[in-house]
Design a protein around this ligand. Sequence first.
Ligand SMILES: [Zn+2]
Length: 294
Amino acid sequence: MFSSFFHLNHQMNVPADDLFMRGIQIIQHPLINDPEKKIDHFNERINKGTGAPIEIDHLVLHCSCEPDIENVLDRRGLSAHYVIHKDGTILQCVDESKRAYHAYPAFWDKVGGRENNMNAHSIGIEIENPTFGAATHYTDAAMNSLIPLCNSIIARHHIPPHNVIGHSDINPVGKADPGRLFPWMELSKEGIGLYPEKGNERVPSSNPKELLQIIGYDTENMPATMQAFKRRFMPDALKYEATGSDEKATLKFMENYSENMAKLLPQKISVTPSEVQRLQEVAKIYQMSRTKMR
Ligand SMILES: [Zn+2]
């Protein structure tokens, strides 16, 4: 569907390995590098203070949550390195060597921290969900493109599995994407991210805050962070989330996501024994993964 608007790009650093072997094309978005349009949705991956280059060591997965996925690039100066259409088409919007604008503000294992440097540290992929609010299942075609693209990025940049994250993991208060239906468990079996089986080894702590911090979460807002944790690791136990039964209502909910969540979530949380158990299992694989890297 993009053939009349997009052309294959031979100048950018496109991953040439597994994707091409599978016959998956990466297409360059026409607005990028177009001097007429002067669209500037990226800059250099450097430390603003020292000018030193910053290494890519995170992969952030998003949901575009809107049907006209090309708007992702134009709206409010946002950008991502790749956009995957529900038919499996991959658009490259920003060269991997540049810093795109998809993860601000963000916090993960103190890397993004209060300095909000996650954009400089990461590659961002937006995946189209067929309905607003990521309320229906992602298409097989999108997943069949996402898996080799992620594997290629992870291999080329040596991104550790504990740094493959969803937008809501790094901004639990403001973001819900890629949502409770994102297939994290299936992706982990393809080597993308971490997802422990039930009954795994556990971290002995029973302090939810401490366990969330071991995983990498910011715990300033515990109700929102527990919601983000459950969205990813206990999606069946999730309350207070848009369901998608009414598309318009879901869209409205998602538009003012953080405001709506603030109204819905309890101020104080009581973490159930089964939630603590899940936190302990998840914390254990993150702890083991990070120990291996250090
Ligand atoms: Zn996002």
